[in-house]
Write a protein that binds this ligand. Structure first.
Ligand SMILES: Nc1nc2c(ncn2[C@@H]2O[C@H](COP(=O)(O)OP(=O)(O)OP(=O)(O)O)[C@@H](O)[C@H]2O)c(=O)[nH]1
Ligand SMILES: [Mg+2]
Length: 418
C-alpha cells in the first residue's frame, strides 16, 4: 500500500473490498498480507523481504493463488510467481474474472471477453520473454542482442502466433459488439417517448433493490458484488399518469478496468443517456465517500459527468451510531435519504425525480396545416399534445416537449410562437 492509498484510521480495513471481490470470484481467503511502502519495488512491487515472507506464508497455508490489490506489470507477476510458486493475479484480472463468470447474456459475454483479451494481449510478450531472453542472448554483439530481443527465436514465433490469434478474435468481437451497440441504440432511441431514469452506483449499493421497490420488478438482489451485469429497463409509474422508464445496470467499483468500461458502453447506454441519473450510495458503508468519488470518476470516463443527477443515500435503516452520515450530509446537502428495503423516503425520491423531469420539458404553442399528419405523428412520439384546435384548415397545438425538439418540429412545418 502506497501513502496515497492509505486512508488511515484504525477501523479502516484496506483489504476488505479485495476480500469481497475474491469471494465474489468464488475464492476462499485464507490469509492477508499488507505492506506499507513509500514507493513500489520495480521487480516485485512489494519489497524483496516481504516477497520472501509471502512465499513462506503461501506455502504454510497451502493457498493456490495470490491476489494483489494493485495492478502489477507482467514482469512483476512473473517474478512473484517464480518466488511463490503460485499463480499471481492482480485486481484488474480478478474483476475481469468475476465479470466472466457472471456474464449471462450474449452481449455481456462478448464484452467481457474483449476486455479480457485487451488486458492480457500486452502481457503475452511478458509470458514468452524468458524465451526471448534466451534467443537474444545468442545474438552476438551488444547491439545485436538488444535488437534480438523480441525479434527472433522460438519464443518470438510463438508470440507472433498468439498475437495474431488474439488480434483476429479481438477484431471479430469488436465487430459483433458494434452490431449489438447499433441495435441497442436504435432500441433506446425508439423508446424516447417516455422520459428515462438511470440507476448508477457502486456495486452492492442497493440499485436492484431500489428498482424492485419502485417498479415491483423481480430483479436479482444479492449481497454479493456485481450481482447485476446487464441492463434491465422497467416502467415506473410516478403517479398522476406520469410514466418513466427506469434502468438498472452493472455496478461500478474503484479502479474499474477501463477496458471493461469501454466494452460495456452499450450495456450502460440506457442508464447513462437517461434524462435523470439516480446515483445510489450505500450510506451505511464506512467507505461511502470514496465510493461516491469512484462512481463519479467512472461517469466522467463515460462522458456523463454533467448529466442531471440526484444523489440517493440508501440503507438509511442500517446506519449505526457513530457512522459517517453527518459528514456525508454536510458534504452532499442535496442528497435524498431512503431505505430501499423498508420503503422509507421513497415518496420523497419520486417527487424529486418528477420535479427534475418537469424541468426537461417546455410548453409551446404551434400552428400547422391540419393535413400535416407527419408533424402530428412526430409530436405524439416525442412530446405530448395537451390541446389541439382546428381553425380554417389550420391546427393550433399546445405542446409539452423537450426544448431540443423545437427546431425539428419547425423543419416539419410547424410555426412555433416564441
Ligand atoms: N439494510 C438495507 N439493506 C439493503 C438496502 N437496499 C439494499 N440492501 C441490501 O444490499 C445488498 C445489495 O443489494 P442489491 O440491490 O443487489 O445491490 P446492487 O447495487 O444492485 O448491487 P450489484 O448489482 O451487485 O451492483 C442486498 O443484500 C440488499 O438486500 C436497504 O435499504 N437497507
Ligand atoms: Mg444489482
Amino acid at each position: 500500500m502506497l501513502p496515497e492509498q492509505d486512508r488511515g484510521g484504525s477501523f479502516y480495513d484496506p483489504l476488505a473490498e479485495l476480500a469481497a471481490l475474491a469471494d465474489a470470484a468464488g475464492a476462499i481467503v485464507v490469509d492477508r498480507v499488507v505492506q506499507r511502502r513509500p514507493r513500489i519495488c520495480p521487480a516485485t512491487y512489494i519489497g524483496r523481504g516481504k516477497a520472501d515472507e509471502l512465499a513462506r506464508r503461501v506455502a504454510d497455508k497451502q493457498s493456490d493463488v495470490v491476489i494483489f490489490d494493485n495492478d502489477l506489470s507482467p514482469s512483476q507477476i512473473r517474478e512473484l510467481e517464480r518466488l511463490t510458486e503460485r499463480k499471481v493475479i492482480d485486481r484488474t484480472e480478478l474483476i475481469l474474472d468475476i465479470f466472466a463468470s457472471r456474464a449471462r447474456t450474449r452481449a455481456a459475454r462478448l464484452q467481457v471477453e474483449l476486455a479480457q483479451l485487451e488486458y492480457t494481449a500486452p502481457r503475452l510478450r511478458g509470458m514468452w520473454s524468458h524465451l526471448e531472453r534466451i534467443a537474444g542472448a545468442g545474438g552476438g554483439t551488444a547491439a545485436g542482442a538488444v535488437g534480438g530481443i523480441g525479434t527472433r527465436g522460438p519464443g518470438e514465433r510463438q508470440i507472433e502466433i498468439d498475437r495474431r490469434i488474439v488480434q483476429k478474435r479481438t477484431t471479430f468481437l469488436r465487430q459483433q459488439i458494434r452490431q449489438l451497440d447499433e441495435r441497442k441504440l436504435r432500441e433506446v432511441r425508439s423508446r424516447s417517448d417516455y422520459p428515462t431514469v438511470g440507476l448508477v452506483g457502486y456495486t452492492n449499493a442497493g440499485k436492484s433493490t431500489l428498482m424492485n421497490a419502485l417498479t415491483g420488478a423481480g430483479t436479482l438482489v444479492e449481497d454479493k458484488l456485481f450481482a447485476t451485469l446487464d441492463t434491465k429497463t422497467r416502467r415506473w409509474n410516478l403517479g398522476d399518469g406520469q410514466i418513466a422508464l427506469l434502468s438498472d445496470t452493472v455496478g461500478f467499483v474503484r479502479d474499474l478496468p477501463h477496458q471493461l468500461v469501454a466494452s460495456f458502453r452499450a450495456t450502460l447506454e440506457e442508464a447513462i443517456h437517461a434524462d435523470v441519473l439516480l446515483h445510489v450510495v450505500d450510506a451505511a458503508s464506512p467507505d461511502a465517500e470514496a465510493q461516491i468519488r469512484a462512481v463519479d470518476a467512472v461517469l466522467a470516463e463515460l462522458g456523463c459527468a454533467d448529466s442531471p443527477t440526484i444523489l440517493v443515500f440508501n440503507k438509511i435503516d442500517a446506519v449505526r451510531d457513530g457512522a459517517d452520515l453527518p459528514v456525508l450530509r454536510a458534504k452532499h446537502p442535496d442528497a435524498v435519504e431512503i431505505s430501499a428495503r423498508t420503503g422509507l423516503g421513497i415518496d420523497r425520491l419520486t417527487l424529486a425525480v418528477t420535479a427534475r423531469l418537469r424541468g426537461r420539458y417546455v410548453h409551446v404553442r404551434a400552428e400547422a396545416d391540419a393535413t400535416n399528419g407527419k408533424l402530428l405523428a412526430y409530436v405524439n412520439r416525442h412530446g405530448q399534445v395537451i390541446d389541439r384546435e382546428y381553425v380554417d384548415g389550420t391546427v393550433v397545438l399546445r405542446l409539452r416537449l423537450p426544448p431540443a425538439e423545437i427546431p425539428r418540429i419547425r423543419e416539419l412545418g410547424a410555426r412555433v410562437a416564441e
